[in-house]
Design a binder for this molecule. Structure first.
Ligand code: FES
Length: 171
């Protein structure tokens, strides 16, 4: 129940984080589409992530202030939504789907090829800061399994042999 949601705005430091005026405007515009500000939360997080690459704790508090809701509510959405990154990531985020359709159609080979090619495992970023590799639940592209996503682009079916050409598109 909303009334029991902890209001933690004052528990999360917001020093040093300012929402870019254009982002604040975009969030307010998004809010105007809904009766409840909570409905604009995911889009607000995406707006911040688009500019900064990830969403630090301080940004959670700042978003909460703009939406005029508790930081706990924003934090809850950010935690639930796997495409919101709460730690610094590389220039490109590569998400490989490990759900059932992909698991049954070559996920393992694809993951091994990625790990070999990038020289990193889950949660790591290449030394040049180019890629971060993360697992993700079903991307909704099951008929193209095994699937992966780079930034906002979904690909599938992807074979290990496709990887060099695919990664080249993300300098
Ligand atoms: S199971 Fe991988 S995209 Fe659905």
């Amino acid at each position: 129940m909303m009334a029991n949601t902890p209001q933690t705005t004052d528990l999360i430091a917001s020093d040093g984080f300012e929402i870019h005026p254009a982002d604040e405007t975009a969030i307010l515009e998004e809010m105007a589409h809904y009766e409840r500000p909570q409905a604009a939360c995911i889009e607000a997080l995406k707006i911040i992530q688009r500019r900064h690459g990830w969403v630090p704790d301080e940004a959670i508090a700042a978003i909460a202030r703009v939406l005029d809701i508790g930081a706990g509510e924003v934090e809850g959405v950010a935690t639930f939504y796997s495409l919101i990154f709460r730690q610094p990531v590389g220039r490109h985020v590569l998400l490989i789907c490990d759900s059932s359709a992909c698991f049954l159609t070559g996920f393992d080979e694809l993951k091994q090829a990625l790990v070999k090619q990038l020289g990193i495992d889950y949660g790591q970023t290449t030394d040049d800061g180019r890629f971060t590799l993360l697992p993700v639940c079903c991307l909704g592209a099951c008929d193209g399994a095994p699937a992966l996503m780079i930034d906002e682009d979904t690909y599938g079916p992807v074979s290990p042999g496709d990887l060099p050409g695919l990664l080249e598109g993300y300098p």
